[in-house]
Design a binder for this molecule. Sequence first.
Ligand SMILES: NC(=O)c1ccc[n+]([C@@H]2O[C@H](COP(=O)([O-])OP(=O)(O)OC[C@H]3O[C@@H](n4cnc5c(N)ncnc54)[C@H](OP(=O)(O)O)[C@@H]3O)[C@@H](O)[C@H]2O)c1
Length: 179
Amino acid sequence: MTATIQIEMIAAMTKGLQVIGSHGTIPWMLASDMVHFRDTTRGQIVVMGKRTWLSLPKRPLPNRLNIVITHHPEDIPEIAVSASSVIDAISIAQLAIIDDPEPKRKLMVIGGSEIYQAFMRHATVMHLTHINATVSGDTYFPTVDWDMWRKTDERGFEATPGTPKLDQYSFEICRYERV
Ligand SMILES: NC(=O)c1ccc[n+]([C@@H]2O[C@H](COP(=O)([O-])OP(=O)(O)OC[C@H]3O[C@@H](n4cnc5c(N)ncnc54)[C@H](OP(=O)(O)O)[C@@H]3O)[C@@H](O)[C@H]2O)c1
């Protein structure tokens, strides 16, 4: 028996250069975007590269099956599932949704750069946070062929400096569907 799983990508990046990371971490604090990430991926299957796995403050991400793509499966503890390639990760996710009582589970691609690039042709939806800031970094979201995508939703957020629920910069959260 085979199952077809919907593949969606979720990422936050600066406008312009599309910076997503710096020195193995995310170089901003956007509390509202973290809530969006949690709500969008909760209950789903998440797939990430090993460097993103290692960057998580708490591993695994709770209430989600965590798949980690690596050439070194021995590095991944049993609290997650290792995959040797993109196709392997998709197969694992498809197996996981067979007989699942919640039929709408998705495979959420959560980074980093190499993994977004590799999944770009498989994804049908992208949830992209566009940050109004110039931030230096060393990891970037891949180039997007915008002719292939149409925006279906956009929500704007103001910066909230000096508050406990800090949004360091203003940003927009957009949803795109493959045309
Ligand atoms: N802003 C955002 O939304 C966001 C989201 C996620 C991550 N980030 C940031 O992005 C950075 C990490 O991203 P990254 O691009 O450097 O690394 P990454 O994509 O998370 O991980 C790269 C690693 O994944 C494995 N890998 C990648 N492609 C593979 C393939 N085809 N087959 C087998 N293994 C493969 C390799 O691990 P092995 O060496 O073990 O083989 C590779 O070294 C961090 O700074 C993180 O904070 C930002």
